[in-house]
Ligand binder design. Structure first.
Ligand code: CUA
Length: 300
């Protein structure tokens, strides 16, 4: 059994390698016999065609061997598929909400994050859904993927074996920000995970602001450092000159608190020129909205 960064990696790789090796051996047998026959029975050596008689033994051999191989392939595929589809009962459950264009991971104690922090050595079960369109969560290093479907809960599970950070991709085209819909699994030592899991997000706006923006997926489209993403950067937002399109007309404005509030509460009521009109409505509590507003105003 191969190993890897998760319990699922080796399972998938073993089945894959077994099938590839069988195919390569069969390809070699077929190709080599073809070349041998070409040379052995060419026209110069055999001006008259040979009379070929059937061989029951040969027929049985080339039927039975491939059948056994195919049964083995099915067996490996089935056993590992069953293993990968059935999470153990004691798994740590994390709810996954996919949306255009970010991932939200919610833990049992209410802790939210846009990165999937998991403890090493403990099975983790993901209960996944989408709030808008089809998405698909793929963790290449763990060899697992599953669709996130609106109105439906799908699942995945794995146990991280090696500490490290592994990519998460969305592999279902879900709109203009699809390629930005990335995240990571961070496999942590159990004591580090416990510490992170039980730490409350900060209490001041400067501490809590970025955590809420990250958890709610805002940072999927807006950066904090001035770099361009699907939407305008949050850096220096207040007092910035922007051209907005409202009721079909261009208008120059200076971004103020009222504008930010309007954009969050009714995202499609006004569009900023030069950016796709795709901002989703993000559910926020009054408390969260207040913290975000206080934080954005200070972000110079
Ligand atoms: Cu979400 Cu592609």
């Amino acid at each position: 059994m191969l190993l890897g960064p998760s319990n699922t990696t080796g399972k998938v790789d073993s089945a894959f390698i077994f099938i590839v090796v069988c195919c390569v051996i069969l390809l070699a047998v077929v190709t080599i016999s073809m070349v041998v026959f070409l040379i052995k029975y060419n026209r110069e050596r055999h001006p008259r065609p040979e009379r070929v008689k059937e061989s029951v033994l040969l027929e049985v051999v080339w039927t039975v061997i491939p059948t056994i191989l195919v049964i083995f392939m099915f067996y490996f595929g089935w056993v590992d598929f069953e293993y990968i589809r059935n999470p153990p009962k004691d798994a740590l459950t994390v709810s996954v909400t996919a949306r255009q264009w970010s991932w939200l991971f919610t833990y049992d104690n209410g802790r939210q994050n846009d990165v999937l922090n998991v403890p090493l050595g403990r099975p983790v079960k993901l209960l996944m859904t989408s709030v808008d369109v089809l998405h698909c969560l793929f963790i290449p290093a763990y060899r697992i993927k599953e669709d996130c479907v609106p109105g439906m809960t799908t699942h995945l599970w794995f146990t991280a074996n090696e500490p490290g950070t592994y990519d998460i991709f969305c592999t279902e085209y879900c709109g203009v920000g699809h390629s930005h819909m990335r995240s990571q699994v961070v496999a942590m030592k159990p004591e580090d995970f416990r510490k992170w899991y039980s730490t409350a997000p900060g209490t001041t706006a400067a501490e809590a602001g970025p955590i809420i923006l990250q958890a709610k997926g805002c940072l999927g489209c807006h950066s904090l450092d001035g770099s361009a993403k699907v939407g305008p950067t949050f850096k220096g937002l207040l007092g910035r000159k922007e051209t907005v399109v409202q009721v079909g007309k261009d208008k120059e404005i200076i971004v103020d608190e009222a504008f930010i509030r309007q954009k969050i509460l009714a995202p499609r009521s006004v569009a900023v020129k030069g950016f796709p009109e795709v901002m989703p409505l993000t559910p926020l509590t009054d408390e969260e909205l207040k913290t975000i507003m206080t934080y954005l105003v200070t972000l110079k």
